[in-house]
Design a protein around this ligand. Structure first.
Ligand SMILES: *[C@@H]1O[C@H](CO)[C@@H](O)[C@H](O)[C@H]1NC(C)=O
Ligand SMILES: *[C@@H]1O[C@H](CO)[C@@H](O)[C@H](O)[C@H]1NC(C)=O
Ligand SMILES: *[C@@H]1O[C@H](CO)[C@@H](O)[C@H](O)[C@H]1NC(C)=O
Ligand SMILES: *[C@@H]1O[C@H](CO)[C@@H](O)[C@H](O)[C@H]1NC(C)=O
Ligand SMILES: *[C@@H]1O[C@H](CO)[C@@H](O)[C@H](O)[C@H]1NC(C)=O
Ligand SMILES: *[C@@H]1O[C@H](CO)[C@@H](O)[C@H](O)[C@H]1NC(C)=O
Ligand SMILES: *[C@@H]1O[C@H](CO)[C@@H](O)[C@H](O)[C@H]1NC(C)=O
Ligand SMILES: *[C@@H]1O[C@H](CO)[C@@H](O)[C@H](O)[C@H]1NC(C)=O
Length: 537
């Protein structure tokens, strides 16, 4: 297929916030199926390619991840393909800014079982001038608001759908980069000069998989709160539930939350600042058993008593799984993290009987991938079963989806850069898992700080939320590093309300420093709303 308008493309230099790139590709190809060449992908058959020009589409915000309603104009290209013989059908969607492409391509990641964050992620990228892509990885319901693996994990009870698992874990990510870049080149008449990955949680894991397994595809990877170490941490998320089942006790959410509040009250000021944030997790020695028998009130109403069982469940969430021989098998959450995700319970309104409410992804992974039995009643898993399942998970799935290969040397020699930030109050993915991985990379690759930096954000929850101020401008920092060689020592934060005080009029950002590990944020006294009151030590 011949592109009709390539010859008249003219490149006009503009300036951007980063001072590089930013061009308007006047006279790019028409946004029509005839003008876009069909890409080729080794091992795959393209089934369809559709093209549609979209002007002034308003894409609604999507909670904290994409907080603005954005109106964008783009050339939309959809490609459906199958891996010959795999019986999968994967849909990739590419959005190409109609007017001002910045010369860059952005791959966008998903969350949970979803491979993509849908239109809001694409709109956010297009709004900043990127051509952008997402993939559904061939999973039914992949873009539904609550995605589940239950409809694709098994071909039949006992038999895992390995092609779709491989698509989810890795393969569809490589495909999407190849297809997205090829479409970008076809439309603008020129390859993207730089390519970036952005994602949090599963999106962060996807970014790390790309760095580990497909090291030439991206120049910059923003892998936030990455769901790496999947085979260990997803099983670990079930540990507090196992402890509840073993004890036959299901402490109400209100009691669990009160334990967290007691820990925050005990440890908040260890960093010199009363702001609801425990910034040095290891300094907080609060013992949940120390308040057993004391009273607390649920939302200011009934007085209740902290129970031993409640303390045991909370400790399980904070310490992580410990086997019969006393060996710690994975990490726990920090004490200012909400336990509503992994130590949740529900009470039946009819009879006040409580039961555990495991985090859905963890429950599905155990049921569909580890026991492969959709009829399994998780409450029947014993402590012994739990550690056997964890071992099985590592043995069978770490190479597929563990995403913890520390050998990033090919990515480094390609010239790529990675920024990860992880909220220390993450309620779903244990921040120590990110630290653990980073240490393993350091043991394997020289001068890791030259191309891969992790930042721990005190008080920040999973991808967003929490009492701590949220990192911001992370993609900007990555672009600066990739294109201008400016490595970030700190990330700025958004000025969320701290200490109940609103930011003063005209006050400038940033207000706190999020430090590149192994440095930690330290408060030095002074105005807690200004960044200079904090150091990285
Ligand atoms: C691509 O797929 C999305 C989601 O299914 C749809 O909304 C859009 O209209 C499609 N675009 C094209 C060009 O087919
Ligand atoms: C899109 O919005 C711009 C700016 O508001 C306006 O000038 C233009 O007419 C709109 N285009 C369409 C097709 O609605
Ligand atoms: C986005 O638009 C909706 C209406 O479509 C509106 O209710 C909402 O407040 C807007 N959100 C923002 C952040 O502007
Ligand atoms: C306390 O009240 C808030 C607001 O009404 C509610 O969202 C929360 O679930 C309650 N907490 C518990 C543990 O009942
Ligand atoms: C995290 O790892 C550190 C050692 O690096 C350890 O002291 C700490 O107990 C761990 N925390 C959790 C919550 O697992
Ligand atoms: C309580 O009610 C729930 C929901 O109706 C039911 O599933 C459960 O079996 C009941 N438990 C007891 C102990 O009766
Ligand atoms: C769970 O265990 C109970 C008691 O051992 C047994 O009756 C029940 O059948 C088991 N349920 C499943 C789904 O295996
Ligand atoms: C951030 O600070 C600016 C300037 O002080 C203020 O206008 C804005 O409302 C603040 N935003 C938040 C979320 O605090």
């Amino acid at each position: 297929m011949v592109r009709k308008h390539a010859l008249i493309s003219a490149i006009v230099g503009l300036s951007t916030s980063t001072g590089v790139l930013a061009r308007s590709y006047n006279g790019q190809a028409a946004c029509t199926a005839a003008a876009i060449s069909q890409p080729s992908l080794f091992g795959a058959e393209i089934q369809s390619l559709t093209v549609e020009e979209v002007r002034n589409r308003t894409v609604p915000s999507n909670g904290n991840a994409f907080p603005s309603n954005l109106t964008v104009s783009y050339c939309g290209v959809n490609i459906s393909y199958t891996h010959t013989g795999w019986n999968d059908l994967i849909n990739v969607e590419v959005w190409l800014p109609l007017d001002t492409w910045n010369g860059r391509f952005q791959g966008t990641g998903g969350g949970g079982w979803q491979m993509s964050s849908g239109a809001p992620a694409l709109a956010s990228a297009v709004d900043e001038g990127y051509s952008a892509a997402r993939t559904d990885g061939g999973h039914p319901d992949a873009t539904a608001s609550v995605a589940s693996a239950s409809n694709w994990a098994l071909l039949s009870p006992g038999n895992i759908n390995f092609p779709l698992l491989q698509d989810f874990a890795a393969v569809a990510l490589s495909d999407m980069a190849i297809l997205g870049k090829s479409i970008t080149k076809s439309y603008y008449g020129q390859k993207p000069e730089y390519s970036y990955w952005t994602g949090c949680s599963t999106g962060g894991r996807q970014g790390m998989m790309l760095a580990q397994r497909y090291p030439d595809l991206y120049d910059g990877i923003l892998a936030k709160a990455p769901a790496i170490n999947w085979d260990s941490f997803v099983v670990t998320e079930y540990w507090p539930q196992l402890v509840m089942n073993t004890l036959g006790a299901y402490p109400p959410p209100c009691e669990i939350e009160a334990f967290t509040q007691a820990a925050v009250a005990a440890c908040d000021e260890l960093d010199g600042l009363k702001d609801g944030v425990i910034s040095d997790a290891n300094a907080c020695a609060f013992d949940p058993y120390s308040i057993v028998g004391k009273s607390f009130s649920c939302n200011g109403t009934d007085e209740s008593i902290f129970t031993r069982e409640g303390a045991a469940v909370v400790e399980a969430a904070w310490v992580g799984p410990v086997d019969a021989s006393g060996k710690k098998e994975w990490y726990g959450l920090n004490k200012d993290a909400s336990l509503a995700g992994i130590a949740n319970t529900v009470v039946a309104a009819a009879n006040f009987s409580a039961r555990g409410a495991p985090f859905a992804i963890s429950a599905e992974y155990i049921k569909y991938f580890l026991t492969r039995d959709p009829a399994l009643d998780l409450r029947n898993i014993t402590g012994e079963d739990f550690f056997r399942l964890l071992q099985h998970s590592r043995n069978q799935f770490s190479s597929i989806i563990g995403t913890a290969d520390p050998d990033l040397s090919l990515f480094k020699s390609h010239g790529g850069k990675i920024i990860t930030w992880h909220g220390l109050a993450d309620e779903l993915i244990f921040p120590n898992g990110t630290e653990d991985y980073y240490k393993r990379v350091m043991a394997q690759v020289a001068d890791v700080q030259d191309f891969y930096r992790i930042f721990e954000a005190p008080g920040v929850g999973h991808c967003s939320g929490g009492a701590g101020p949220q990192p911001r401008d992370d993609l900007k920092a990555l672009v600066e590093w990739v294109e201008n060689g400016v490595a970030p020592d700190t990330l700025p934060v958004v000025n969320t309300t701290l200490n109940g005080a609103e930011p003063g009029p005209g006050e400038e950002l940033p207000r706190r420093k999020i430090c590149a590990w192994p440095k930690k944020q330290r408060y030095n006294g002074g105005d807690p709303l200004v960044a200079d009151s904090f150091d990285c030590v």
